[in-house]
Design a binder for this molecule. Structure first.
Ligand code: APR
Length: 320
């Protein structure tokens, strides 16, 4: 059987890391696409030359021609500009919206059967726009945010409790921005919810509040340290986890920016929710119960995402 084909639209920091991870995990043949002259070809060759040491059998190529993504099974989109210190994800909206138009049309024309994972920020609005421009079915287009935000939360919790991060589960919902909603009640150490761990004296409410805030600011913390761009190792790893769930029909329960129509009382919008990802794409949205405080935070986040979608519609009237 032929190997799956993975098209990476954007060959910058995240795109290059995605290509390397996809090769090392032998997920499929990789095509790196970028408009920057020589960049996708150079990264593809460099990664291919790591094959003999790493011992992977995948084909790796770079291109600036959308025809070369033809028949891709998975497209992961990072094309656009990344944040610099002092910028919010939302500051990227106008520039990256234009990029989503060309990428969406490229996918529509050359890889309409692909499972598409968007990473470009501001995430929830960009994944919505990408779906609109591409016209693909909603369940085949989603955004990577929740896996990353939850991974950051899990990392901070594992450090706080001095336990393996394998035993820490965490839930972060809502938009991928300052309004994201880390859900303490649904986050656990080996099944023990965080509120119980506070009662057990493992930590304090103050420390948990600080970790929740650090999770919300997780992207900005890295932008502040790097100074020249934004995070790329963990974002790439998170998207690869989602791609693998699709390619191997793993039915993973992963939070992602999915199209929600009916669940959570929402009418047709993209926002971060728990989902099941398998061979059908986003196969299910898991409609969890929230308490009053959690619902208020989620509503606030939904409103922020809707504000960004409205801003997209104001910039490009073909979207209204
Ligand atoms: N088509 C294809 N590629 C494009 C286009 C386009 N229209 N416009 C820009 N690019 C490419 C750039 O040439 C660059 O190589 O997108 C790449 C982006 O790479 P980086 O600047 O290194 O950004 P990266 O860190 O990979 O982040 C990409 O993901 O997390 C988000 O906020 C981040 O929106 C940003 C995206």
């Amino acid at each position: 059987m032929a190997r799956p084909k993975i098209a990476l639209i954007g060959a910058g920091n995240i795109g290059g890391t995605l290509a390397h991870l996809a090769a090392v995990k032998e997920l499929g043949d990789v095509v790196l696409f970028d408009i920057a002259d020589g960049l996708p070809q150079g990264k593809a060759l460099d990664i291919a030359e790591s094959g003999p040491s790493e011992k992977f059998d995948v084909a790796m190529s770079g291109t600036s021609d959308y025809a070369d993504i033809a028949g891709a099974d998975v497209c992961i989109v990072t094309a656009g500009v990344a944040r610099k210190p002092g910028m919010s994800r939302d500051d990227l909206l106008g520039i990256n919206l234009k990029v989503m138009k060309s990428v969406g049309e490229g996918i529509r024309d050359h890889a309409p059967d692909a499972f598409v994972i968007c990473i470009t920020n501001p995430l929830d609005a960009m994944v919505w726009a990408l779906r609109e421009f591409s016209g693909l079915p909603h369940h085949k287009v989603c955004g990577m945010a929740g896996v990353l935000d939850s991974a950051r939360f899990r990392h901070f919790l594992a450090e706080e409790f001095n336990v393996s991060m394998r035993d820490v589960t965490a839930f972060v919902l809502g938009g991928h921005g300052d309004t994201m909603v880390p859900l303490a009640r649904y986050s656990t150490v080996a099944g023990i919810p965080l509120p119980d761990l506070i009662e057990m004296g493992w930590t304090t409410q103050e420390k948990m509040d600080a970790i929740v805030q650090r999770t919300r600011d997780g992207g900005a913390e890295i932008v502040g340290l790097l100074k020249t761009g934004s995070a790329f190792y963990a974002p790439a790893t998170s998207a690869i986890e989602m791609a693998e769930a699709y390619l191997k029909d793993q039915k993973r329960v992963l939070p992602c920016a999915a199209y929600v129509d009916g669940a959570f009382g929402l009418k047709g919008m993209y926002v971060g929710v728990p989902t099941v990802i398998g061979a059908g794409g986003v196969e299910r949205v898991v409609d969890i119960k929230m308490n009053k405080d959690e619902q208020a935070m989620f509503d606030n986040s939904v409103a922020a995402v809707n504000g960004l979608v409205d801003a997209c519609k104001a910039i490009d009237d073909t979207l209204s």
